[in-house]
Ligand binder design. Sequence first.
Ligand code: GDG
Length: 464
Amino acid sequence: MARKSRKLVVVSNRGPYRHEASRGRERWVRAAGGLVAALDPVLQRRGGVWVSAKQAKDFDSVTIPAPHLDYDLAHVSLKRGDQRGFYEGVSNAVLWPLLHGFEPTIQVGEAPWSSYLDVNQQFTDTALSTSGPGDLFWIQDYHLMLVPALLRAKRPKARIGWFCHIPWPPPDTFGILPWREEILEGLLGADVLGFHLPEYADHFLQCVERFTTYPVTRGAVDYRNRKVTTIAAPIGIPVEELQALAIDPDVLREVERIKHTMGNRQIILGVDRLDYTKGIPDRLAAFERLLKKEKTARARYALIQVMVPSRTDVKAYSDLKDEIDRMVGDINGRYADTGRVPIHYLYRNLSQRALFAHYRAADVALVTPLRDGMNLVAHEYAAARTDDDGVLVLSEFAGAAKYLKGAVLVNPYDVESTASAIHRALTMRQSEKKERMRALRAEVMRLDVHRWADDYIRALEGGT
Ligand code: GDG
């Protein structure tokens, strides 16, 4: 594919790959998580540079040409104290729960706001040093909400975009933030602000109306002689590539192995980063409810829960891990038989091949977050099911629920009805399953990540 003339500069806290060198051997590790899953294939196709925080001690803060990548990596070296304050103290302890609407979890009191300012400045400096006039900046997510205005101060004519991978809450929730005006000013340095849902973009504009004096008209803000446009741009996955993976002969062999291991039980699958927004305890409670009310369930159904370690230094996350460990132990203790446990709990990062084998082996995928910007696991499950089999049980509070019409929608807070929905999915007629999965797959194809990126970049280039 022909490369566009304007270089794309993606800026995000977490980079796509980690470089590891030990005992003379080198390797690059790809980070798990929705942002990387979406943007890596886009940059592989289009080229450009990805600016992110240095993840390992042996990185230098210079652009590293990575020979097997079709784009460059540039790194920001953060001091340990800045990293803690910015990442753990502000981004994860305040902004993440705030933007997801988890108000009681927000720890705003002692939050080191100055680290957030400093780190956003450092990202800006690196982005400037790896780019030239005319390049396109695409800033990602809630860690870097001041970067658009900081870039604008140095490159007044640049085209700058920002994308919000998580929800944006209504003004009453956003207004909790002591730095609400600073954040809005930071974002208004951009030309285009992207959100997964029209609803999140509307909430953002309501916040601008409530907390600033800038006029808002038809999806845009009149900001100091510039127009800042908001767009709904639902993210997707690289469908073609992932479908091919799902039917790779090695993956299909692994599918058979998984099914064989689980005996004749139907498989229910959950795949999440460890996070309180993902609703894992509520999901376990719903599965337990099913085991309790359906007498034959323990002989017929098994849950495989894959949970990727995440933010393990943050207390809310280690507490959640303890809670989930206890619940799994408790449910397995009560419902296991010798040689057969109801919950298979994998606390680790699986290879993408193993992950897709699990999608393909699962009769039902449970994607039941309490709140989620989009949720790409839902998309991936549908992409893996080239056989039109399997049922997706999806929370109505995931952004994906607004688009993926073939799913069985649930309210994850309602344990009883979630248990019934799981049972319904497990016992659904083949014809209904096929019809739903076809609808789901058509929608996932429509939302392909390359189309998401093309649409966004077109909007970003639009103003020149
Ligand atoms: C944020 C928003 C939004 C998971 N386990 C393994 C593994 N994964 C990969 C999945 C998927 C990704 O991680 C998770 O993506 P999600 O979208 O579900 O969630 P977040 O990480 O919270 O992402 C979210 C997203 O940004 C994009 O805008 O959809 O709402 O919260 O791709 O496959 N990958 C591998 N092994 C695992 O065990 N290899």
